[in-house]
Ligand binder design. Structure first.
Ligand code: 5GP
Ligand code: ZN
Length: 114
C-alpha cells in the first residue's frame, strides 16, 4: 500500500472494489463510479502520485504510458472519439488526490472544458 488513506491506492490494492478494465505493472484503469458519459474510465499510476505536479523527469515514461492506456481503452471499447482530461489541484477540479486521467466517450462530446 502506497498511502494507507488514499482511496485510489486502496483500489490498486484491491481493498475497495472497482470495475477494472486494464492493468499492467505501472498503471490501472477502472470505471468511474459516477460516469459523466456512457463510457467513463479513470487511468491511474499504481504508485501514489497526488497530482500531475508530483510527476518528475523520471516519470516521463509513466506519463506516456497513462496516455497510451487511454488510447488502448478507447480502441478496446470502440470509441470513435473520446476526451482525456486530468484535473490538477482543488482549483483545477481535483477531488481525489491520486493523479488520474479521465477517459470519456460513448456519445458526441461537446461543451466547454473550463
Ligand atoms: P477528480 O474530480 O478528482 O478529477 O475525479 C475523481 C473521480 O473519481 C470522479 O469522477 C469520481 O466519480 C470518481 N470516484 C470517486 N470515488 C470513487 C470510487 O470509490 N470508485 C470509483 N470507481 N470512482 C470513484
Ligand atoms: Zn494513492
Amino acid at each position: 500500500m502506497n498511502e494507507p488513506d488514499c482511496l485510489f491506492c486502496k483500489i490498486v490494492a484491491g481493498q475497495i472494489p472497482a470495475e477494472r478494465l486494464y492493468e499492467d505493472d505501472s498503471l490501472l484503469a477502472f470505471k468511474d463510479i459516477h460516469p459523466q458519459a456512457p463510457f467513463h474510465a479513470l487511468v491511474i499510476p499504481k504508485r501514489h502520485l497526488a497530482t500531475l505536479n508530483d510527476f518528475a523527469a523520471g516519470d516521463v515514461s509513466l506519463a506516456g504510458a497513462l496516455l497510451l492506456a487511454a488510447q488502448r481503452l478507447a480502441a478496446l471499447h470502440g470509441l470513435p472519439g473520446y476526451r482525456v482530461a486530468m484535473n490538477v489541484n482543488k482549483e483545477g477540479g481535483q477531488v481525489v488526490f491520486h493523479a488520474h486521467l479521465h477517459v470519456l466517450g460513448g456519445r458526441p462530446l461537446k461543451g466547454a472544458l473550463g
